[in-house]
Structures are given as C-alpha cells and as structure tokens.
Write a protein that binds this ligand. Sequence first.
Ligand SMILES: *Cc1c(COP(=O)(O)O)cnc(C)c1O
Length: 480
Amino acid sequence: MVGSVGNGLADLANGAVRVNGAGKAAALAEPLPMELEQPEAVAAAMAGEGAGKREIVMGRNVHTSCFAVKEPDADDEETGEREATMASVLALYRRSLVERTKHHLGYPYNLDFDYGALAQLQHFSINNLGDPFIESNYGVHSRQFEVGVLDWFARLWGLEKDEYWGYITNCGTEGNLHGILVGREVFPDGILYASRESHYSVFKAARMYRMECVKIDTLMSGEIDCADFQRKILQNRDKPAIINVNIGTTVKGAVDDLDLVIKTLEESGFKDRFYIHCDGALFGLMIPFVKKAPKVSFKKPIGSVSVSGHKFVGCPMPCGIQITRLEHINALSSNVEYLASRDATIMGSRNGHAPIFLWYTLNRKGYRGFQKEVQKCLRNAHYLKDRLRESGIGAMLNELSSTVVFERPKDEEFVRRWQLACEGNIAHVVVMPSVNIDKLDYFLNELVEKRATWYQDGISRPPCIAKDVGVENCLCGLHK
Ligand SMILES: *Cc1c(COP(=O)(O)O)cnc(C)c1O
C-alpha cells in the first residue's frame, strides 16, 4: 500500500500537539484525525522531520515510522521541555493504540483484559533465569507463579506433576523450537515431517537444527493429508519420524487429525520410533473446550505441546507455555555451573512478569470461564461467516475453529485499517473474545459498503477463492 501523509504535521512540528477528548476517539464512525490514523506521521513530526509529504509503504520504509532519540539540550532540565515533549509523544501513542485496538480483527490476539491489579509489579525486574524447577541464585523471580501455571496446563493435557517438565516461553515460536529440539535429541537421526500449512517457525527450526525436513500436502480445509503423510514416511522407513501436528493452523485454523497421524505412524511400522510435537499456539487452549473436538492429551503417544499465551489467553506481552515429558528433558539438558541450574530452555533470561499475568487470568476465568469464551467465539465466528455469505462474499469456517477465511478485500487501505492477515486471494478474521457482534457488524457494514464501490464498474470482479477454500465456499462469478 502506498499512502501519503501531509496534513496535521505542521501543527505537530510546531509543538502544537492536538489531543482530542476520549469521547471523540471513541466515536467510531467518524473519520479519525490524522494523528490517530497515522501514528507514523506523529512520529515523523516528533522526530522533527518537517512537514513535507512522506510516502509510507507497508512492510518497508520502517525508518519513516520511528520516534527518534534526541540528545537532551543543556537547559532542558530547567525548562522542563524535554519531559513535556516525551509526555506528549506517549499520550499520542496511547491514543493510537486505543484506536488500533478497536480496529483489530486479523490476528488471533485476545485484547480483552484488565490487569490493573498487576501494575504494582512493574517496578521489579522479574527474571526467571533458567529452569523453573531448579532454584537459581537470582532471587527476584516468579517461579512460584510459573510452576502453578505449568501444573494447570500439565493437568489439562493429562500429565501428572511428577511426569512433566515445562516452562513459560517468550512465545509460541519458542515452544516449537523447543518441542522440535526435544524430538531431535530423542531421535538424533529423525526426519522432521510437517504439513505445508504449518507455521513458518517449524521450518525455521529445521533450518536452525539442520534437520532433514519433509513437507506434507494438506486437504482443502488446511489439515494434514494423512495419505500423503503415509506415502512419505514409507519412503524413509529406516529413519525415525518427528512430526509437527497443528492444533489450529495459522491461516485457516485447521486442526490436524492427531489420532489419524498416530494410526498412520503405527500402521506404517513406526511404533516407538516417532516423536509428535503439537503446535497449539493458536488453538491449544480452545480445543479442550470444544465439545466435538478430538482430545490433545499425553495419554496418547505425543512428546510435547506448546501454546501462545498472548493469543486466546490474552496476555499483554508475548509469551507461551511449553509442556513435555520429564523423561525427555534428561536427553536434552546438560549442567551449567554458572547458574547452578539445569539448562533445558532455549532462552536464558526469561520474562518473569508473563507467568504472573497467566496465573492471574487462569485464576480469574478457570475452566468454566474459558469454556464460555470459546463457545462465544465459535458462535460469533459462525455469525460472521453466515453474514459474509448472505452478502455474496465467499467464506469458509472450519468446524473446530473460529478463524473465518474469505476473499481478500480489494483495497489495501481497508486491509490495513482492520489489520487483516492476507495470503494470496484470501484474508481471515480470527474471532477472539475481544471480537463481539457489534465489532463484527461494524466491520461487515463497512466491507459491504466499500465492496460495492470497488466492483461498481462491472469490469473488475471479486477474486475466485475456490482453490483456497473449495468450490462450495466460493461465491465468485463462476461459482455462485
Ligand atoms: C502464532 C502461531 C505460532 C507462533 O506463535 P508466536 O507466539 O507468534 O511466536 C506458531 N504456530 C501457529 C499455528 C501460530 O498460529
């Protein structure tokens, strides 16, 4: 997308920072003032980069959107000017966050939370260095909370306290890096198998660990195609198999059939010669609460499960939960004397605040709270899919998922405004607890209205998405 930013900058550059009342920012239907729509513009102005027109290209030109660090002037302390400038930058930034949060639909982040009670902790440098189960010499940690959270998740996945090992990671990616590393340590000559629609962090792990990696085809739903899986493992009978199983793929929210993956392995002569890592970054904490969904459980022969903490759970900083079998960790770890700790994590220093946020949410919501939220998300996702179809827009929703896939909106400005994630001809909305019916209606009405103008000339047409979501879900000219 190419946009230009001009108006409003002169005011800002002159130090006349306009701040609108909260009521105005909340009036959603109104066009937003420049500084709210374009935080980059504010940034440029604050950085003293003048009031000229500036092109912003998504995904590039990152340097046009930074808040420059300026050396303090000698007399700043007396005039207080520096503090004032910084305060106004922060105030504007906060406003743009409020605005951006309101129009967020494309990423699977639950933005609905209140952690006010934890504000008192921001004065502490809480760091869970090393292994959660072994004391280190650094005392300002939150292991008490971390282990409590891990116990909760281990129980959810069907492992007893003395059977599991795990830690709070910095994100879902770190969980995948860890799970695949454990698999590789258990089977050093294993081949990694993952469906084409697996998250890119899985293939990154393969590159980092220099593992042989085989991509498996997917069904139209986005699930792993077990017929192709069987063909490919049978070509490598002599090597153990390490498999990434998706509990919700990033783009289509597809849940791989874990039971069928296990059956395929066992029937193909891989009994006791495979390791399964379940990537539950997106849907790992939703699936236990979906009635018809297959169980993800360590009662089955799986090796590890990871979940992102900032997605469905709703943690304001990136984090994740990684659970594996204790027996596997001995294969991975070696002693690091300096920490007086076992070294089985990917990272060294770890965010000690994140486990407290997770603990806080788990305590507040509990199983029943999550269950309610999951049901609400699935209901709202169905609502969105139905309304898109009624409006003549092709859409797909997997049975166990709250990710609604539909035709990519033609206007990139619209895509950016709603922060939709797109791939080829498709876009998606991930319905999280923070996405309610009002927000969906607001989005739908705007989409339908804009779409009428995109295609009014009768020459350009909505894209065909049959190859992405199947003929039955496509409503393009050919497939109506
Ligand atoms: C988001 C996601 C990841 C990565 O999680 P981060 O927390 O963003 O690192 C991995 N796998 C899937 C399926 C995801 O949706």
